[in-house]
Design a protein around this ligand. Structure first.
Ligand SMILES: [Cu+2]
Length: 167
């Protein structure tokens, strides 16, 4: 089942009832407030997602930018199926290959694991900025998951050489 956005999520929320489904949908929608108390250990239970270490290295003027983040999952398996931004024309998921990079349609978020975007590996490609990015800016990214619906995060623009964990 694919959730294609907020509208779809809203429909499912009203159309479906039951404690398990409510938990599944709520788990994704309440990103940061998500806390312990769920069904830990169930690989097929609801995903419990949170996003950490997000950043966008400041791109050269006019250029496209890469974006990096980590999706943590304290619950069952899910899948990142779409990324969009109100501040950019297109956001795509890419994987670096030895010679170039290729676009990916979806990415797995393993149960009780994490999906990591890292330099030299899987990354987000952000093109068509509405406003040229500057250090300290934040760009909203809307991450849509197959089971958890859409999670919106504000991703800071950092120095080109920035890596998470350094200030
Ligand atoms: Cu790329």
């Amino acid at each position: 089942m694919k959730a294609t956005g907020r509208a779809t999520l809203g429909f499912r929320r009203t159309a479906l009832t039951g404690a398990v489904l409510a938990t599944a949908l709520g788990g994704g929608a309440i990103l940061v407030a998500c806390n312990a108390g769920g069904q830990d250990g169930a690989a097929d239970g609801p995903a419990r997602l949170s996003v950490a270490d997000s950043y966008i290295p400041l791109p050269p003027a006019g250029g496209m930018a890469a974006g990096y983040l980590t999706v943590r999952n304290d619950g069952g398996q899910d899948q990142l199926v779409k990324v969009a931004s109100p501040g950019a024309e297109s956001v795509t998921m890419h994987r670096s290959t030895p010679s170039s990079m290729e676009q990916i349609g979806s990415l797995d978020v393993p149960a009780h694991g994490a999906l990591q975007f890292t330099r030299g590996g899987t990354h987000l490609m952000i093109m068509g900025w509405q406003k040229a990015p500057a250090l300290g800016d934040e760009l909203e990214l809307d991450l849509t998951f197959a089971k958890s619906g859409t999670i919106s995060v504000r991703v800071p623009v950092k120095e080109l050489t920035y890596r998470p964990g350094q200030s």
